[in-house]
Ligand binder design. Structure first.
Ligand SMILES: [Zn+2]
Length: 303
């Protein structure tokens, strides 16, 4: 093949890859159905990295140093319940990105080397999954100017509460909640873009542990949460996840804000009724959050 033909062949391939449009109402998979993208039509993107159950027996298990392989049980069910509640009550719904492979084979909440433990075959689904999170956020920001992002997980800690991860350690949350050093952590937080531009000019402390913090509203809806007004930070003898790779990578994108949610089992993931109770509380409070703090006109969402 001469160079000119090769050049135009490459241009055509590149154009096809970047020109793919994703339509709300469709579901997209890679060719093996290892990863899945449900494009939405509202300013909210939910990624679910650890809920997959497909076990590829011919792919070696991830055994490299620091690899964690625990499944986040029923987190895909939670995301689908959230999607159903949105469709039922609002007639619009978030973009959702699922990994259907077991974490034993690929971890979407780690950088690619640790996420694949160097397995070549797992690089493609890793890249596709992240490409879709990227695409979903770009679509939402393009349409609405801003977007919320949630990375949804499951934790098995003794404390039965939602752990909201804003990329701050328990010590930093403690200092922030006591008003000792609030602004120092603003630029580190996963909601730093919202703090810079929220309608009520609320500070980090108010958005994490004030009467109108997301966690505070979830507690009022029956779901104990940390941080919140009622439970501002985890104590040093308690376990707490403060947000991982995805939260650090996506929640601080320009015009994006968000956090990680580590769900407990009891009353959240233990029965199908619980999935829906959690989904109803989440949907109500995330909509209230978007309406209260962003400049998005919620009456125009999905239109
Ligand atoms: Zn997880």
């Amino acid at each position: 093949m001469n160079r000119t033909i090769l050049f135009f062949a490459l241009i055509t391939i590149t154009f096809r890859l970047t020109a793919q449009t994703y339509k709300e109402g469709n579901i997209y998979y890679d060719k093996n159905k290892w990863v899945e993208f449900i494009p939405g039509n509202m300013p909210l993107v939910i990624s679910v990295p650890h809920g997959g159950l497909i076990n590829l027996t011919d792919v070696p298990d991830r055994t490299c140093p620091d690899a964690i392989t625990v499944i986040d049980t029923h987190t895909q069910d939670l995301a689908k319940a959230i999607d159903s509640v949105f469709r039922r009550d609002y007639h619009f719904h978030p973009s959702i990105i699922l990994c259907n492979l077991r974490r034993l084979k690929v971890d979407m909440n780690r950088e690619i080397e640790l996420g694949t433990c160097g397995n070549e075959l797992m690089r493609t689904p890793w890249m596709q999954w992240h490409d879709w999170v990227d695409t979903a956020l770009a679509m939402a920001v393009k349409q609405y100017g801003q977007s919320a992002y949630i990375d949804l997980h499951a934790q098995g800690h003794p404390e039965q509460r939602l752990e909201l991860g804003y990329l701050l350690t328990p010590k930093e949350l403690e200092e922030s909640s006591k008003g000792d050093n609030d602004t120092a952590y603003t630029y580190k937080a996963s909601i730093k873009n919202l703090i810079a531009a929220n309608k009520g000019k609320l500070t980090l402390k108010e958005l994490l542990t004030g009467p109108n913090a997301f966690g505070t509203w979830m507690v009022e809806s029956g779901f104990p949460s940390v941080p919140s007004k009622q439970d501002p930070y985890a104590f040093s003898n308690q376990k707490y996840f403060n947000g991982g790779y995805n939260t650090a990578r996506y929640a601080r994108y320009p015009n994006v804000f968000g956090w990680q949610i580590e769900t407990n089992s009891k009353g959240v993931r233990d029965t199908p009724e619980a999935y829906y109770r959690f989904a109803e509380a989440f949907v109500k409070n995330i909509m209230r959050y978007i309406a209260t703090y962003t400049s998005i006109d919620v009456k125009k969402i999905g239109k």
